[in-house]
Write a protein that binds this ligand. Structure first.
Ligand code: IMP
Ligand code: MG
Length: 181
């Protein structure tokens, strides 16, 4: 099948075509424009994974807003190789009293998001809303209120559209799922 690709040592097949990703973001953008009108939101996007999603989502936002980028010190979504959450870097803005919207690629166990919420809450924002493009409902290990969910997906490992396998695959337009052999 032409839609199967090999990234490093693993095979992947398209599971969410670019068109579906884009229509999902159309919907999310419309919801955010409707809900946050007059709130002067600050969008905070989590690098690296969310960079493409953030770029696409932000171009749907028609209300006045700002965007900033942050990163966890360890590359994998805020968890180091032992599953420990690492430090947050890059936030320059004063978020006191602001409506903050976290723009994330995916919420998996939810542990990185909990850590991020703790770190951001220390800056006393008015409210924090969470907008992940994807979530894996069966993997969630923590109590999290997700405000704008793009798509709910199965537990399988995915890549593309910003998401990576060992740093590769972020540039793919579609989202792919690991094919078990
Ligand atoms: P959590 O702390 O378990 O929710 O981890 C979330 C982070 O892990 C995301 O921000 C991603 O960077 C990464 N991640 C989770 N699932 C996948 C996947 O299926 N493919 C690629 N990266 C993933
Ligand atoms: Mg991430």
């Amino acid at each position: 099948m032409s839609s199967t690709i090999t990234v490093k040592d693993k095979k992947f097949a398209v599971s969410i075509p670019a068109k579906e990703i884009q229509s999902t973001i159309d919907r999310m953008g419309a919801e955010i424009n409707r809900d946050l009108e007059g709130k002067d939101p600050l969008f905070i996007s989590v690098l690296n994974g969310a960079f493409i999603f953030a770029a696409d989502l932000m171009r749907r936002i028609t209300i006045p807003c700002q965007i900033s980028f942050i990163k966890f010190a360890s590359y994998h979504g805020g968890l180091d190789s032992t599953g420990k959450v690492t430090d947050l870097i890059g936030l320059q803005e004063n978020i006191e009293g602001r409506t903050v919207v976290i723009v994330e690629d995916i919420v998996d166990t939810g542990r990185s998001m909990v850590h991020l919420l703790e770190a951001l809450n220390a800056g006393h924002p008015k409210e924090i809303l969470i907008a992940p493009l994807l979530m894996k409902p069966d993997k969630l290990e923590v109590d999290l209120k997700l405000d704008y969910i793009g798509l709910r997906i199965p537990n399988d490992f995915i890549l593309g559209y910003g998401l990576d396998y060992d740093g590769y695959g972020r540039n793919l337009k579609d989202i792919y799922t690991l094919v078990e052999e």
